[in-house]
Design a protein around this ligand. Structure first.
Ligand SMILES: Cc1cc2nc3c(=O)[nH]c(=O)nc-3n(C[C@H](O)[C@H](O)[C@H](O)COP(=O)(O)OP(=O)(O)OC[C@H]3O[C@@H](n4cnc5c(N)ncnc54)[C@H](O)[C@@H]3O)c2cc1C
Length: 482
């Protein structure tokens, strides 16, 4: 394709006709965990399914951003997510009772295999750059890849881009970040350290509980069960900052995704604020700043943190981790009140759980995470709250032929702090993929499926997904929490 330079401010692209290179019943856009689950669910239920992803591997935040840990209750994962976790275990992954450190390399292969077994097709290395419309109905997407610019059509589209890209291009209303000021949760470059002396790390944690979160399901010190997670090092961070060795917004360090017998851990500590993940310039800035911070934090760990004296920075994430961008506005906007009151909806298609104190924002955009004012990191022992997500949160307003699943569903900024966890996002994917297939089968628009929710719920249940407390094993065990 050639474009013509008009003047220094504009380039003229001639109109052209694009080939339709792929068609599908269900076209899933974005191969993060929501997209993977949606595509498996759609294909298993009999839809001809195509999953499109810009990276050369699947997983999104769990692999590209290296956030390889499910932290909100292994027993809270049901359905296809449960199968995936079981498969990861068989591949030598690790699973705890309420914390699942995941080997991202195992995840990449397991996701590919499960999609293939389900019969879903894949198109990777392909970026989605626009929507194909027929009036107010989304009919497909425009993509760019090595083969050029093409159109792909689907009977139902599911936007799992995390950023609501397809919904945005299709013209569905969206809300960027927090209501009012549009600020978003900070971005993070995750990194992995190797050669950690786990015994040394654990000894320090046991000797200095005051230096960590008091919440025993947040600060986890059970190496004998393969479960270790550190949230704190408050005094050590303070000391390093006093001598100018750490960036200003660093108030604590989270050591996560610990694989005890390998002596490896993911370090979740870099924070880049006031950046917008829907702008390439901001992503570039966050990447640069995040990588700079990552090297500072790794040096801090080696110098100050017992157990890390001989550790090394093994790998940084391929992509900066984006926690929040657009919330697509749908037929219901999930609120924190819906969550903390455990509101029941006739069209509930996801039941999930999170350990969090109501009213304490998670990863606030206000740069105070881990600081003495952050009571959720410093003093709270948070309850586990179960909540429901209605199907209407997946149905964008105004636009037909389209569903949304994953972190960009219809919800407020605060509600997003509850639903963004992997365990919840996985369930959203399965719910959306299942509903999309039933819509195709019934020749209905996704919006019209609100009249057929009992069918969706029955199919989800029959395929192992928990929709009420009784479906979750940990709920049946006396006194246990996720
Ligand atoms: C740094 C960080 C730490 C986190 N910590 C935890 C934690 O401890 N525990 C937990 O449970 N959760 C955690 N989360 C949250 C959780 O990982 C995410 O909310 C969840 O993985 C989002 O899944 P998703 O599929 O909706 O989106 P993503 O994982 O973002 O997937 C979106 C996919 O779409 C693709 N895509 C996007 N745009 C396009 C396009 N235009 N064309 C083609 N493909 C596109 C992307 O490449 C990606 O693969 C964390 C997230 C981050 C970023």
């Amino acid at each position: 394709m050639q474009a013509e330079l008009q003047d220094q401010g504009t380039v003229r692209e001639p109109p052209r006709t694009l080939p339709v290179t792929h068609t599908a019943d269900v076209l899933v856009v974005g191969g993060g965990t929501a997209g993977v689950m949606a595509a498996i669910a759609a294909a298993r239920n009999g839809a001809e399914t195509l999953l499109v992803e810009r990276n050369g591997f699947l997983g999104g935040a769990i692999t590209a951003a290296m956030m390889a840990q499910i932290s909100a209750g292994a027993p809270a994962v049901t359905g296809i997510g449960r199968e995936l976790v079981d498969r990861l275990n068989r591949m030598g992954g690790v699973e705890g009772d309420f914390l699942i450190p995941i080997d991202p390399e195992a995840f990449k292969l397991a996701a590919l295999e499960m999609l293939k077994e389900a019969g879903a097709r894949l198109l990777m290395y392909t970026s989605v750059t626009g929507a194909v419309m027929e009036g107010q109905r989304a009919r497909g997407i425009i993509v760019e890849n090595k083969s050029g610019r093409q159109a792909l059509l689907g009977k139902v589209l599911i936007d799992c881009t995390g950023d609501g890209d397809v919904c945005n291009w299709a013209g569905a209303p969206v809300q960027l970040g927090r209501e009012g000021d549009h600020k978003m949760r900070p971005m993070t470059i995750m990194f992995r350290m190797g050669n950690i002396d786990i015994d040394g790390m654990v000894r320090y944690a046991r000797a200095h509980p005051e230096d960590f979160s008091p919440d025993p399901k947040y600060q986890v010190v059970q190496p004998e069960k393969g479960l270790v997670r550190m949230v704190g090092y408050f005094s050590l961070v303070q000391k390093a900052k006093a001598s100018g060795e750490l960036f200003e917004d660093c108030h604590y360090v989270r050591v996560e995704g610990v694989i005890v017998d390998r002596g490896t851990a993911l370090i979740n500590a870099t924070r880049v604020y006031s950046v917008d993940g829907t702008r390439a310039e901001d992503l570039t800035r966050a990447d640069l700043e995040g990588r700079r911070q990552a090297f500072q934090v790794a040096a801090f760990m080696r110098k100050y943190v017992p157990g890390f004296e001989r550790a090394y920075l093994a790998e940084t994430a391929a992509n900066v981790g984006v926690r929040e961008t657009r919330h697509v506005l749908g037929e219901h906007v999930l609120t924190e009140e819906d969550i903390v009151t455990d509101r029941r909806f006739p069209d509930t298609v996801v039941r999930s759980f999170k350990r969090q104190q109501p009213g304490t924002p998670s990863h606030s955009p206000d740069a105070q995470e881990g600081a003495p004012t952050d009571i959720s990191a410093r003093s709270v022992i948070a309850p586990v709250i179960g909540f429901n997500i209605p199907y209407r949160c997946f149905v964008p307003r105004k636009i037909d032929g389209l569903l949304v699943a994953g972190r960009c569903i219809s919800q407020t900024h605060v509600a997003d702090g509850w639903t963004r966890l992997q365990s919840c996002v996985w369930a959203m994917g399965q719910a959306a993929g299942t509903a999309a297939t039933l819509a195709v089968r019934a020749a209905l628009m996704p919006r019209e499926m609100t009249g057929r929710i009992p069918d969706v719920q029955a199919t989800l249940r029959a395929q192992g997904m928990g929709l009420t407390d009784g479906d979750f094993s940990w709920k049946q065990r006396q006194g246990e929490t996720a």
